[in-house]
Ligand binder design. Sequence first.
Ligand SMILES: CC(C)(COP(=O)(O)OP(=O)(O)OC[C@H]1O[C@@H](n2cnc3c(N)ncnc32)[C@H](O)[C@@H]1OP(=O)(O)O)[C@@H](O)C(=O)NCCC(=O)NCCS
Length: 186
Amino acid sequence: MSQKIKILTKNAYHYFYFQTFTSANVCSGFDCGLSEYNNYLFHDALRSSNDHIAFTWLLTERATDKVAAYMSLIMDAIKLSFSEKELHNLNYPFKTIPALKIAKLAVDRGFSQKYKGIGTFLIDSAERVAWACNNNYCAARFLTVDADIEHDEGVIAFYRKNGFIPNAELYNKNRKTISMRKDIYQ
Ligand SMILES: CC(C)(COP(=O)(O)OP(=O)(O)OC[C@H]1O[C@@H](n2cnc3c(N)ncnc32)[C@H](O)[C@@H]1OP(=O)(O)O)[C@@H](O)C(=O)NCCC(=O)NCCS
């Protein structure tokens, strides 16, 4: 019987490279089950990196050199209501708070069957990128994401399990995405 290997931060680097996407990477076999996300990786991710529109990271399996997952990050800012600011102890007279946004995140289906926790590892990695920015370059209090519920409402549960909550000001039941945030210091 096959058993899924749980990817933890401490063992992830044993199985994978976490690297920036360059033209040297071969990603043609990647399939997360959604053509929109596959095509973004095949056709748009490199161009977006070159144009400084989105910065893409790959998780590549060491044993096979295959792309298991990718994530694109961009800078962001979110508007919080008074009560949302109180929730995060952010007593400032302005609404807009800086953030790092997960613009795209997808895991190859074959790899999700082989390993558990790849998506979570990428979120943890985004958090580490934000911490590095905060320690050295510029501020980002939150991780943000527009959770894509058009194809799978379950992504809300995935992000909730990873510490995200919906943004009240942008919450709208008819949307195809739900704007969510994670306070990386709470
Ligand atoms: C959503 C996605 C990134 C999750 O990646 P993953 O590697 O399967 O997630 P993890 O293994 O880290 O899952 C962490 C937890 O979330 C749960 N979870 C993951 N995907 C879920 C889903 N679609 N529905 C409900 N729960 C989900 C897992 O069961 C796990 O729960 P547990 O800790 O209680 O066992 C992946 O399924 C994917 O690439 N989907 C297609 C593209 C997509 O929808 N991207 C998100 C766009 S916003």
